[in-house]
Design a protein. Structure first.
Length: 230
């Protein structure tokens, strides 16, 4: 046997020795690695499910004047199995448990003594919007920030910003559109009669409902507290 062959045989025997001694450990380590990867993938998948299956609900024209009267707090209590949290008195709900949009929509409609538009947004959209805060620094003592939720995503966007009734004497400024959310500013002036919802519905030709930015922040806070994933 040549020296080269002898060295190769020796190396092979050493590798064989180590594999016989530590092969099980390597195999177990490999299995643990795969299991860890599976767990990581599962956690990521669970996170995606969370964001897709948890919702924020906005009812249109509820408890405005004498029309469409209901008790949002009672509705939330009756839908406790979905982890529903009521915010305010005009129909804003945070849904913290896994439920499909179809089932959720039907359950809420069943609790209402009248027909109304039900806007349902994925939790992540609201959390991301609050985090970005596109109107930060633009609201002030006499200017309020609002978010109007459309019943459906617009297929075509107008050139923004849009002022109403006019640019030099505006009460409403439509600033941005994110998914189904239309962001606007409302200037509080004497004898002012305009509100973002009427401007947005006319502009996009679709039903909508409006909330203050403070409400959006409350919604996002509840969602963040309820999960470490967002």
């Amino acid at each position: 046997m040549t020296a080269a062959c002898h060295d190769a045989a020796k190396a092979g025997s050493l590798l064989g020795f180590f594999w016989r001694q530590f092969g099980d450990d390597f195999r177990n380590l490999s299995k643990r690695s795969l299991l860890n990867q599976e767990k990581i993938c599962y956690r990521k998948a669970s996170s995606i499910v969370f964001l897709r299956m948890r919702w924020v609900v906005f009812l249109r024209a509820v408890n405005v004047g004498s029309a469409n009267r209901c008790q949002p707090a009672l509705i939330a209590k009756e839908l406790a199995k979905f982890g529903v949290v009521n915010i305010g008195a005009v129909g804003t709900f945070v849904v913290r448990e896994d439920v499909t949009e179809l089932v959720l929509r039907a359950a809420i409609a069943k609790k209402l003594p009248f027909k109304c538009e039900i806007m349902i947004c994925p939790a992540k959209e609201i959390v991301d919007l609050a985090k970005e805060n596109p109107l930060k620094g633009e609201a002030g003592n006499d200017i309020d920030a609002h978010v109007t939720i459309l019943a459906k995503r617009p297929t075509k966007l107008p050139k923004l910003p849009i002022y109403a009734p006019s640019k030099d004497k505006w009460e409403i400024r439509i600033s941005r559109v994110v998914e189904t959310a239309v962001l606007s500013l409302r200037r509080r002036i004497e004898n002012g009669r305009l509100y973002p919802n009427q401007i947005v519905e006319k502009l996009f030709s679709t039903p909508a409902t409006t909330r203050t930015w403070n409400t959006i922040e409350k919604v996002a806070k509840i969602l963040r507290e309820n999960s470490k994933e967002i």
